[in-house]
Design a protein. Sequence first.
Length: 318
Amino acid sequence: MSKIIETSLAPGGQEALTQRLQTTPTLKIGSVELRFEPEGLDEFYENKAREELRETDDVVAQGLEGLRELLKGETDLIVPAESDEYLYRFLRPCKWYPESTFELMKHFYGFRKTHPHICDGLVPSNQRKILESGIITPLPRRCGDGVRLMLIEGGKRWKPREITLDEILQGIMLTLEAAMAEPKTQVCGVQVIIDMAGLSFSHVTHFTTSFARTLLEWVQRCLPCRLKGVHVINQPYVFNVVFAFFKPFLQEKLRQRIHFHGTDRNSLLEHIDAKALPDRYGGDLQIPNEPIGTELWSYFCTFEEDFEESNKYGYKSV
């Protein structure tokens, strides 16, 4: 793979990357470790990037050059355009096409500007409530194809009087922003499992058309991540009322990637590797059923400075 990619995964080049690998903490989930993976691509991921994203030395160089040229004209957008590592986060989901990457970046930072009540101060220390709730869990093992898994338990773990839907969205954004920084996840993408067991009418009353529109705007137009699938499980009948809020705003691409499994574990296993799926959902991964909320929040807080740095970028305030 390109020398550009190998030496610019972290500011300061390979030496800084080595230091980051040595100091990256892990989070114990039962007997399994969750770890943020800042390292570059091995042969498996290089081949996948080449086959699925057109990622070759020439394409990478052209993508970087073209995107930097486009960014020069967007003078009110403040980003570290000199950093290859930073630009990869947006170029890979767009298969290295600079024009579509440029549009994605404008949507991403435009959303931050138009939704300050959600995006301002989006750092782990400010998101203790949602991260400790157990609603959102990044699962510790990747699927065989390299995909990251995120579990959202939007029924029994969600207490609407304590946590708002906007706070859940903030937790999702924070978790996916961490995933965006992993080269392997940039290449392979993410699948989301949404466990709706315990959803009731008391939950449904908190959903609004405005929230549905906002969430899907961010997912479909602004998210710099390959969202490979959304898997809804254990959904009760009342879930149909919730889904009705989202239907009018669903674009065909995302609609085709949403799967409803109910309690059919075999159906879920057709899409998710057993080795990466918790055993309570029919997989082989043995992790505690109890939430790891406090530990997860503390783990995210070790990357507080990285999130603070990310929040410096965006459109200038008028």
